[in-house]
Design a protein around this ligand. Sequence first.
Ligand SMILES: [Zn+2]
Length: 283
Amino acid sequence: MSSDPEEDYIPWIQQFCELFGHDYFVPVSQDFIEDDFNLTGLSSQVPYYREALYTILDYQVETADDNGSNGTSNNKGSKTELPNKALLAHSAELLYGLIHARYIISKPGLTAMASKFERNEFGSCPRYYCDGMHLIPVGSTDIPGQETVRLYCPCCNDIYLPSSSRYLNIDGAFFGTTFPGLLVKMFPEIENQCRNRVYKVNQNDFGLRLFGFQISELSASGPRMKWLRLHPRTSQEKEEFNNCELSVPSEFDESDVPFNSDSEMGDPEDNDDDDKTMASEGN
Ligand SMILES: [Zn+2]
């Protein structure tokens, strides 16, 4: 309508990132979106994929709404296939979110998110022993529409709900499950920060007490599973921790495979027992 729309024109991505509650997002670079390789497989996940992509890239997109008014559609058959504006907006947000989850595990995306992390834009860990450690957004699943965004604390390895309700409709899949682990691995400074905070506070400063007496760790109401959040302190503990760290075997030796399968097949009851003890400990 206006004679010079170029003047106050704001790119779609910038508009999206400035929306209320969207401050966890970083703007994805145009180059990243225009590289088809980065979008592999997304066309089957997003309805009106092409229109949504054009919207994000600020191309002119024909919607069912303006089709009715100007009547310049190329083929009448496609009229019903065109999305209306609300549908298109939803598809564009979904597509952008899924691209965002991929972008933040690329090098420029990680860097952009790291500076947001550094500025404490995702909030601090509420846990006393974490001493205000900065949090990292995480999704508990990579499938959109399942769960909203959560915040991961690299210090206590726990996951928290964002403190403000404005983030309760942000999809966790737009940040994904891979991102926090990769960020911590890429920036060892984060682990240093955790270590400094852990050493700063003595773990025995505070704990459950009854009239001044500590509760036994073996008691059912005692501070069980506390070890889950403890960091290794001595070199011996550190070594033990490194041995316990989950890792994918780098290669399968042929000699290993029958040994593993035999041992697993041999005593299946052992595994069952483990599960039971874990479950009862948790309760
Ligand atoms: Zn924490």
